[in-house]
Design a binder for this molecule. Structure first.
Ligand code: ATP
Length: 229
């Protein structure tokens, strides 16, 4: 579903990624930890085709990023989801779905939004009144409406309160149960243990650790993280 083979990337001679390899299967959630500047966002940006790599290969569903068209297979939810504040979530979703080539009825659009846990009272209110967690739900609905197979997220729990984080965790698990792949960069060790199937720890552009989340608890992961970085 998602495969990196020896990906490397430098910026002005400075290594950002070095021989990064991993595989993520259908229904898995991969949480990538690492200090600021470790290379997490660069990894995501290469898979999304936002930047080019210097070496190695990135595959989404056996299609190679940069050679085949992988745009419709992926969705991206940045830390702050950019949407139109003067439009409602239904209107935003309609706009972004059409951009991706999909046309839905209002009922279908409402269905995608409520699937993410958004309250039905909020669906026709302007986005400018939404909290960060609510905006994130609209971002997830866009990924669902686009029928993306792989959802990339950057710092998704940053700035979310504990209830919003719990709702987000529940939604991610539902997406994984639907067969989606979730690949996220995060600093949230506790959420990574709760959410991930696989955890990676990146150090200075190298994927230094890869482990099954079921094999570790938050205390041990925290210790391993501090020993690794
Ligand atoms: N556009 C760019 N130009 C030059 N250097 C860059 C650029 N983008 C990233 N870098 C460098 O590449 C390295 C990896 O950065 P990256 O943003 O991938 O790290 P990160 O792990 O996502 O960090 P953070 O947790 O702060 O988001 C860093 O040394 C960074 O300074």
């Amino acid at each position: 579903m998602l495969k990196a083979t020896n990906i490397s990337k430098s910026y002005n001679g400075k290594t950002a990624l070095k021989d990064v390899s991993f595989e993520v299967s259908k229904g898995e959630i991969f949480c990538l930890l690492g200090q600021n500047g470790a290379g997490k966002t660069t990894t995501i940006n290469i898979f999304l085709g936002f930047i080019t790599k210097d070496g190695g290969q990135a595959f989404v569903n056996d299609k190679e990023v940069g050679k085949d068209n992988t745009n419709n297979l992926t969705a991206y939810i940045p830390e702050t989801v950019q949407l139109y504040g003067n439009l409602s979530s239904v209107e935003n979703l309609n706009f972004f779905s059409r951009l991706a080539g999909f046309k839905y009825t209002t009922l279908e659009l409402e269905g995608f939004l409520t699937k993410t846990g958004l309250q039905s009272e909020a669906l026709h209110k302007r986005l400018s009144s939404y909290s960060k967690g609510m905006r994130q739900k609209v971002g997830i609905a866009v990924a669902l409406a686009k029928n993306a197979e792989v959802i990339f997220m950057d710092e998704p729990t940053s700035g979310l309160d504990p209830k919003a984080t719990a709702e987000f965790t529940k939604t991610c698990k539902e997406l994984a149960n639907m067969g989606k792949v979730i690949f996220m960069a995060t600093h949230d060790i506790f959420n990574a243990v709760e959410l991930a199937t696989t955890i990676g720890i990146m150090k200075e552009g190298v994927l230094a650790q890869q482990l099954k989340a079921s094999e570790i608890d938050a205390g041990k992961l925290n210790q391993l993280y501090l020993e690794t970085i």
